[in-house]
Design a protein around this ligand. Structure first.
Ligand SMILES: *[C@@H]1O[C@H](CO)[C@@H](O)[C@H](O)[C@H]1NC(C)=O
Ligand SMILES: *[C@@H]1O[C@H](CO)[C@@H](O)[C@H](O)[C@H]1NC(C)=O
Ligand SMILES: *[C@@H]1O[C@H](CO)[C@@H](O)[C@H](O)[C@H]1NC(C)=O
Ligand SMILES: *[C@@H]1O[C@H](CO)[C@@H](O)[C@H](O)[C@H]1NC(C)=O
Ligand SMILES: *[C@@H]1O[C@H](CO)[C@@H](O)[C@H](O)[C@H]1NC(C)=O
Ligand SMILES: *[C@@H]1O[C@H](CO)[C@@H](O)[C@H](O)[C@H]1NC(C)=O
Ligand SMILES: *[C@@H]1O[C@H](CO)[C@@H](O)[C@H](O)[C@H]1NC(C)=O
Ligand SMILES: *[C@@H]1O[C@H](CO)[C@@H](O)[C@H](O)[C@H]1NC(C)=O
Ligand SMILES: *[C@@H]1O[C@H](CO)[C@@H](O)[C@H](O)[C@H]1NC(C)=O
Ligand SMILES: *[C@@H]1O[C@H](CO)[C@@H](O)[C@H](O)[C@H]1NC(C)=O
Ligand SMILES: *[C@@H]1O[C@H](CO)[C@@H](O)[C@H](O)[C@H]1NC(C)=O
Ligand SMILES: *[C@@H]1O[C@H](CO)[C@@H](O)[C@H](O)[C@H]1NC(C)=O
Length: 428
């Protein structure tokens, strides 16, 4: 077992690299691990780039964000080839006592990542110069990767981030294959969903059905990001407490950033992961679009009112740099009192609404339906609709009122007419 870097190690992958557009690939600080089995042939191959953002407590009792990068050399002690009865393990150690690992299982001609375990050492003064507590901290995350056809190589250029405890892990430019057969990296590649061009939504790529030829379609990806003019796709998000759904939200989200130049970002529900907390008086839904945008919505129960209502209190939006995970923009507004409805009901607003976070950032919502408290049986309760939606009700009311008025006029006219004809009859 050895850890290699540089072009020589990439020779078996050369055809793949040519397809990937080799230029920037070789200059990058990718880490490469090539685990060999007892007969000295590759059984687990991985090349990837990664970085960590770690929030830690300082000796002056505030919190700081440390950024930890994978250095140019890592060791991979403890990595295991695995087979259909034993999990494969990719384990790397780096820097001042940090380590990261992911294990893979093999079932029914597919493989799948199981758990990611990241251990950082706050004794590393280069990264945590003023940490209050010194020692090892371990973060375990269940991987959400879909099963991949055995003998296919998994490729994902897109940056994926996972937030757990006080750590955000960013991984990108992944080329990886556990359970390699006969020492040969698979000729067929499975691309992650986020890499597949959104322009061709008719074919939902299944794990087994994205071949190398399809990578050519992703290479002319627009670097000059075209502004999305279309409305965002509506997503369904939920939180669980134990095995019970405690928060439901259906919404299409679009950010309007006006920092340097105006930019519209549509949140893609397919790549968005949810996190957060439910509670009796406060609930937070945290969305991470897997593409460097984090949005947190905090709902509060207004206990002082005679009839208890909930409302949206806070929205916190963070945009990160795709490559190094640094914060480009953070906007937080905890002064909202929007989306209010009676506790036990849900709130609905189908029309576009705007949440003004600050002068640089607005969040547009579409097809909103949300219930942050007292969700029963995984279903929305009765909805209270926003006033914007009410004008669809207003029109029938106006028409109805006009009709009622007309009827009154007709009735009066009829009575007057009868009176007249009656009077006329009497004179006869
Ligand atoms: C990731 O790989 C692509 C294609 O191989 C390359 O163009 C890009 O520069 C790499 N990303 C980084 C940050 O090096
Ligand atoms: C495995 O192969 C490498 C060269 O590819 C060689 O240097 C090494 O000694 C071999 N190890 C074993 C245990 O055969
Ligand atoms: C799987 O690997 C374990 C440990 O290396 C080994 O004991 C076992 O015999 C292997 N099973 C198969 C089916 O190869
Ligand atoms: C594997 O496939 C068999 C038959 O197709 C099925 O019965 C079994 O449930 C599958 N196992 C898993 C873990 O999907
Ligand atoms: C993968 O690793 C996690 C964490 O160490 C462990 O709990 C889990 O059992 C492992 N999975 C398998 C299939 O061995
Ligand atoms: C915190 O740690 C730094 C670095 O070790 C040290 O320079 C500083 O004096 C410490 N501050 C306090 C309040 O202990
Ligand atoms: C994570 O941050 C919270 C405060 O946000 C703190 O209470 C907790 O101790 C931190 N955990 C670790 C392991 O640093
Ligand atoms: C590995 O080699 C065996 C025997 O040579 C062959 O039957 C099998 O198809 C090969 N597997 C792959 C994935 O190439
Ligand atoms: C793979 O995708 C193509 C379209 O890109 C489709 O025609 C073909 O039927 C799919 N094959 C499988 C096995 O799903
Ligand atoms: C990621 O975000 C950038 C800029 O916000 C956007 O241009 C790009 O289309 C997004 N990619 C995906 C896969 O959503
Ligand atoms: C949820 O958990 C409770 C207690 O742990 C159990 O009684 C119930 O059957 C579970 N429900 C489902 C749908 O798994
Ligand atoms: C907003 O979210 C970011 C990223 O999750 C976090 O670092 C920051 O503390 C949050 N701000 C507030 C006021 O909650």
């Amino acid at each position: 077992m050895e850890t290699r870097r540089g072009p020589a190690a990439l020779l078996p992958l050369l055809p793949l690299l040519l397809l990937l557009g080799a230029s920037g690939f070789l200059q990058s600080y990718a880490v490469e691990v090539d685990v060999k089995d007892a007969s000295n042939v590759t059984c687990l191959y991985a090349q990837w780039m990664m970085k960590f953002l770690i929030k830690y407590e300082t000796n002056s009792s505030d919190y700081k964000n440390a950024s930890l990068d994978l250095p140019s050399t890592v060791t991979h002690d403890g990595s295991v080839c695995g087979n259909d009865t034993q999990a494969a393990l990719l384990a790397v150690q780096f820097g001042g006592g940090h380590s990261w690992s992911v294990n893979f299982t093999e079932t029914n001609e597919t493989y799948q990542a199981d758990f990611i375990v990241f251990t950082y050492n706050t004794n590393d003064a280069a990264v945590f110069p003023d940490a209050k507590r010194k020692g090892l901290v371990t973060v375990v995350v269940k991987d959400s990767m879909h099963p991949i056809q055995l003998n296919n190589v998994f490729v994902c250029h897109h940056t994926t981030s996972v937030e757990a405890e006080n750590v955000t892990q960013f991984v990108w430019n992944i080329t990886m294959q556990p359970f390699v057969q006969n020492g040969t990296i698979g000729k067929t590649e499975t691309r992650c969903h986020a890499d597949t061009p959104t322009a061709a939504p008719t074919v939902v790529p299944t794990a087994a059905n994205v071949t190398t030829t399809s990578t050519t379609t992703s290479s002319p990806a627009p670097t000059t990001a075209p502004k999305p003019v279309e409305n965002p796709v509506t997503g369904n998000y939920s939180l669980k407490s134990g095995n019970k759904t405690c928060l439901l939200a259906t919404v299409g989200l679009q950010l309007n950033v006006s920092q340097d130049k105006p930019l519209l970002i549509n949140i893609n529900p397919k790549t968005t992961s949810t996190d957060g907390t439910c509670g009796n008086t406060s609930a937070t839904l945290k969305l991470n679009d897997g593409n460097s945008t984090l949005i947190d919505f905090t709902f509060i129960v207004n206990a002082s009112a005679s009839v208890r209502k909930f409302y949206l209190k806070e929205v916190n939006v963070t945009l990160l740099n795709h490559l190094n995970g640094s914060v480009i923009l953070n906007a937080d507004n905890n002064n909202f009192s929007k989306w209010d409805a009676f506790l036990g009901n849900s709130y609905m607003c189908r029309k576009e609404q705007t949440l003004e976070i600050n002068e640089d950032l607005q969040v547009h919502t579409f097809n909103l339906w949300v219930q942050p408290f007292l969700v029963k049986e995984n279903k929305f309760a009765i909805a209270q609709e926003c006033s914007l939606d009410d004008d669809t009700i207003l029109i029938p009311i106006v028409v109805g009122a006009a009709l009622a008025g007309l009827i009154v006029i007709i009735v009066i006219a009829y009575i007057i007419g009868r009176r007249k004809s009656y009077a006329g009859y009497q004179t006869l």
